[in-house]
Design a protein around this ligand. Structure first.
Ligand SMILES: [Zn+2]
Length: 291
């Protein structure tokens, strides 16, 4: 099994993180208001950030898919960048990675996935919705119901992608055309353990995914926070937020809800160890990632 496959238990459910890629990222790529020195300064004030910040102030980030296995459902949350896609970012252009093999090695062959959830419809969250077969984009998960928030679907069906890439056309529209899309509200529920929390601002219909079982709770953030530095300083909005003020308000509201010391918060782009319990820390928050 790939070294970096992580697994967490939440009551009777498990959540398995299958990575597509892990890269040190310049903070300036995502945040206009903080540079590497600012990140190193924040790390010295908040030592818990150490696993997520490189020696020179890079952010240690990853792109991964979380499979929630409830026994009754196998729900793939966020499908990364994908292979063969035409993308402006050279790291992602016509990528040829072993993600699907890793997913199968982790015990989740594509045919066995019952639901696909995208926290939002950006390029790095929808890629493996489809794969290229004989020149056509076909659903990668042929037996799955793909659950999209209606507001999000409507927004990106009529708005150009961040980087001008044909993301909706190659990774979302073919799912609708194949009859596998279910457009839902931001408070949607799947089975007994899984529900959505509306966390708008990064995009208009952005959601986080809550898993509750046996008195335990986990949250998959999506991109309402890109890096744990936003837990240490929730004021930091990403350059990619559609509505930075709303995104900031969402972070303060959601972190206040999640910082009960019990909830396992799983970051959609946080490098390994990727998850921890959230706690109030002075006038902000911290993630405890220890054993
Ligand atoms: Zn993202």
């Amino acid at each position: 099994m790939h070294d970096d496959i992580l697994k967490w238990r939440v009551g009777d459910a498990t959540i398995t993180s299958v990575p597509e890629s892990s890269d040190p990222t310049s903070p300036k790529f995502m945040f206009s208001s903080i540079d590497k020195d600012g990140v190193l300064d924040l790390r010295s004030k908040s030592p818990w950030l150490a696993p997520f910040v490189g020696e020179k102030g890079h952010l240690l980030q990853k792109i991964h898919c979380c499979v929630i296995d409830t026994g009754a459902e196998r729900i793939a949350v966020d499908t990364c960048v994908g292979n063969d896609k035409e993308r402006g970012n050279p790291l992602w252009h016509e990528q040829q990675g072993p993600f699907l093999e890793r997913l199968s090695d982790a015990g989740y062959a594509p045919e066995s996935i019952t639901h696909v959830v995208c926290t939002h419809l950006h390029v790095d969250h929808v890629g493996w919705n489809t794969r290229l077969v004989d020149g056509e984009w076909v659903p990668t998960f042929p037996n799955a119901e793909y659950v999209f928030v209606g507001i999000e679907f409507d927004h990106w069906s009529s708005t150009e992608d961040l980087f001008g890439d044909p993301v909706f056309e190659d990774s979302v529209a073919p799912i609708k055309d194949a009859g596998l899309a279910n457009l839902v509200g931001s408070d949607h529920v799947i089975g007994n353990f899984v529900s959505f929390e509306s966390t708008p601002g990064h995009t208009p219909g952005h959601i986080s995914v809550r898993v509750e079982s046996g008195g335990e709770r986990a949250i998959i953030t999506g991109d309402m926070a890109h890096s744990p530095i936003q837990i240490a300083n929730p004021d930091l909005s990403s350059s990619f937020d559609t509505d930075p003020d709303m995104a900031r308000a969402t972070r303060f509201e959601a972190f206040a809800r999640w910082a009960d010391g019990q909830t396992l918060v799983i970051g959609t782009h946080f490098g390994t160890p990727t998850a921890g319990t959230m706690h109030v820390d002075g006038d902000s928050y911290r993630l405890e990632t220890g054993p």
